[in-house]
Each structure stands twice: as structure tokens, then as C-alpha cells.
Ligand binder design. Structure first.
Ligand SMILES: [Zn+2]
Ligand SMILES: [Zn+2]
Length: 400
């Protein structure tokens, strides 16, 4: 914990700077142009738009480009001003934006998938275009030759993607709730391992190359932090959403994970805190506190003439307990539970007020967010939504 008197960078409440409206359908993805008063967006309405802030203070399109099919995903590389757009048809189209962001020229097209491209990533260091698709595949192309380098079939629709440049590992999330880790070579790949921990589909992935941590968000409302750099196989669950987790991003300079949920909630997680893994749930045929039998334990029920009880688990110690012995509720932020969860009486006594201090802040974006992007150059957060709106938020940290 931070020592008293030591200045602590804290994120301010997100302050709404601008609303960008005009898209005719869901804005599937958008990004702030670094160091510019501009935003690039792709929408279900088949358009790619570049919005530049005018003297009036409003954002107006400087580029408005219609595509033959809905635009489902995008990746923008500021150094080369290269924009890769994934389409509902399965194609990935590449464009180059002019220096003043008033013009966009078509460069290349890749027939990457059979249907909707769920995520596209352009990696300048390798000149690779990586993509995942609803056709249950992950593919990568050479952006110089346009040639397909390889394909990996996933067991379910591939929904999201991250890449570690240093070790050339790709992380592919899918609808089955699994994350597959692939080691990519120039034209082949091998499965390193799979992460299984979610009970719903993977909706978002975020990679922190500095701490070597992977974050996965799921429709099961949870986020799992997979500590790869720690090399101990630690996986920590973060519970802070009441609905599907839709999108994740990471603010490196403040070490904060930002997650958005289908309920419009933005949660800012302080990742400077050391969290503990949740315990495995213990199995028992009777309450591990009062010894009352659970309902399937007919023998003990008969022998002791007792009624069988339902089994519950304490989230802190993992013990199997009856309802009476686990009637207390507490948040356990250091185990990732920002909401109150079931704990046993013993654990309830051991949790101090200090332990209950939240390690995340909660904000209402007031729209159904489908994608979130953080621009480190300005400390801006961008949310785009089902309501066809893009919102820009100031997240500049304040030192308190
Ligand atoms: Zn009991
Ligand atoms: Zn307990």
C-alpha cells in the first residue's frame, strides 16, 4: 500500500468533452488520432469516417467513405497513417490517410475470412495484418506482398485478438470462452497453450507488454488478468460489471485497466495494487463449519436425523458451507470482488475496512458501449456505441 504523504496519481472522473453524432448505425470501432483533434470511426452503416474538430468546436467528417459491406473492425497505425478495416464480408481493406487527414487512398485488400472480420491488427514491425473472423479462424497476411502467410482454425467463432511483438505470440479469444496462445513464425504457427477460465464467450482482450499481462473480458460479466510475466500461472478475476464486458483498454502510464460493460458502466481498475487469486472451491458432504449434512448426503442425514442443506462457498477461503454459516456479505477488492460476495463468518471478521477500500472506480457512460479506446497522447478515452454515438472523455490524471 502507498505510504502516507506519497503523491498518488489518480484518475479523475471521466469528463465528457465531445459527442460525435452522424453515423446511421452502430459505431463498431473508433480511435483518437494521436496528437490530432481527430477521430477515425467504422460503422455498421458501411462507412469509414475521419472526424476533425472544426473552429465551431464540433467534429465534422473530413473523410466519408462508403464500403460494400458493414465495417466491423479497424486498426490504425499513426506512423504510416495506415488504416486497416475489417468488413462483414470477410475482407480486410487497407487505406492510407493523407497527412492532413482530408484524403484517404485505397491501398490493398485481403480476402481474409469467409464472413465477418471480428478484429484486425496491423503490426508494422513485421509488416503483418492479423485478423480473426466469425468463420472460426485466425489468419495473418504479409502487408508488403499481400500474400496470406497462414491460418489457424479455432473451435468456435474467433472474437478478438492481441499480439506481443517481442515474442510474436498471438492471443485469440473465441465464443467458447477460451483464449488460444499461438506462436507465429513467418508462415506457420504453433499452439503454445490455451487459457480456460470464463463461462461465457470472450468479448475483449487487452495485452500489457510491459508487465506481460493479458486481460480477457467475457459475456460472463468478469475480467480475468492472466499474469504471464510472473511465470507462476496466476490468474486473478476482476468482478466489477453487472452485464457483459464489451471492451478493454490499458493506460500504461497510470497502470489502469479501463473496462466497459453492456450496461454502459466504465470501470477504471488500479493495477498498481497487488491482488490475490481466489481460492478453489472445496468439496464436502457437510458444512465445514457446523457439520450439518448437505442434501445429497443421505447417510448422514439419516444417521443424525437432520435435514440436508444447500451447499454454498465462501469466496475468501473457499470452504463449503451451509447458508447459515455463510450469511455475511462483503466486497473483497484485493481478490477482485468490487461487489459484495458471500463470505463465512470467520472471514467476515477478518476483513478490515482498509481491505474493503475499493481498487476501482465506477462511472456511467450513459450509452451502450461496444468499443473503448484510450489515447495516451492526450489522456482521452473514446467510447463508441450501439446508440450510433462516439463520446470523448478527458481522463487526465490528477495528483492528490
Ligand atoms: Zn453450517
Ligand atoms: Zn471463509
Amino acid at each position: 500500500m502507498a505510504a502516507e504523504g506519497k503523491p498518488k496519481a489518480r484518475i479523475r472522473r471521466p469528463v465528457l468533452l465531445s459527442r460525435i453524432e452522424g453515423s446511421q448505425d452502430v459505431v463498431n470501432m473508433a480511435a483518437v488520432i494521436p496528437k490530432e483533434d481527430g477521430v477515425i470511426s467504422v460503422s455498421e452503416d458501411r462507412t469509414i469516417r475521419v472526424w476533425i474538430k472544426r473552429d465551431s468546436g464540433q467534429y465534422w467528417p473530413s473523410v466519408y467513405h462508403s464500403m460494400p459491406s458493414a465495417c466491423s473492425s479497424m486498426s490504425f497505425n499513426p506512423e504510416t497513417r495506415r488504416l486497416s478495416v475489417g468488413l462483414d464480408s470477410g475482407t480486410v481493406s487497407e487505406f492510407i490517410l493523407s497527412e492532413d487527414y482530408n484524403k484517404m487512398t485505397s491501398a490493398k485488400s485481403y480476402l481474409a475470412h469467409q464472413n465477418r472480420v471480428t478484429m484486425v491488427l496491423f503490426i508494422l514491425e513485421m509488416e503483418w495484418v492479423l485478423s480473426t473472423g466469425q468463420d472460426k479462424s485466425f489468419t495473418w497476411h504479409c502487408s508488403e506482398s499481400g500474400r496470406r502467410l497462414g491460418t489457424h482454425r479455432t473451435s468456435a467463432c474467433a472474437s478478438c485478438l492481441q499480439f506481443d511483438i517481442e515474442t510474436r505470440h498471438a492471443f485469440v479469444g473465441d465464443y467458447s470462452g477460451q483464449v488460444t496462445i499461438l506462436k507465429l513464425e513467418q508462415d506457420n504457427c504453433s499452439v503454445v497453450t490455451t487459457f480456460k477460465g470464463h463461462s461465457g464467450s470472450i468479448t475483449a482482450l487487452c495485452w500489457d507488454p510491459v508487465q506481460r499481462t493479458l486481460f480477457s473480458g467475457s459475456s460472463d460479466h468478469s475480467i480475468i488478468m492472466w499474469d504471464i510475466g510472473g511465470r507462476k500461472g496466476t490468474a486473478i478475476e476482476l468482478q466489477g460489471h453487472n452485464d457483459k464486458v464489451q471492451s478493454l483498454c490499458y493506460a500504461h502510464h497510470t497502470r489502469q485497466l479501463i473496462s466497459c460493460g453492456a450496461d454502459g458502466g466504465i470501470v477504471v481498475w488500479n493495477m498498481d495494487v497487488k491482488r490475490q487469486e481466489t481460492p478453489d472451491w472445496l468439496d464436502s458432504d457437510s458444512c465445514q463449519k457446523c457439520d450439518q449434512p448437505f442434501f445429497w448426503n443421505f447417510k448422514q442425514m439419516w444417521d443424525s436425523k437432520k435435514i440436508g442443506l444447500r451447499q454454498h462457498h465462501c469466496r475468501k477461503c473457499g470452504k463449503a458451507l451451509c447458508g447459515k454459516c455463510s450469511s455475511k456479505r462483503s466486497s473483497i477488492p484485493l481478490m477482485g470482488f468490487e461487489f459484495e460476495v458471500r463470505v463465512c463468518d470467520g472471514c467476515f471478521e477478518s476483513i478490515t475496512d482498509e481491505d474493503r477500500a475499493p481498487t476501482a472506480t465506477f462511472h456511467d457512460s450513459k450509452h451502450h458501449v461496444v468499443h473503448v479506446h484510450y489515447d495516451v497522447t492526450r489522456g482521452w478515452l473514446l467510447t463508441s456505441g450501439n446508440d450510433r454515438v462516439i463520446k470523448l472523455w478527458d481522463m487526465t490524471p490528477v495528483v492528490s
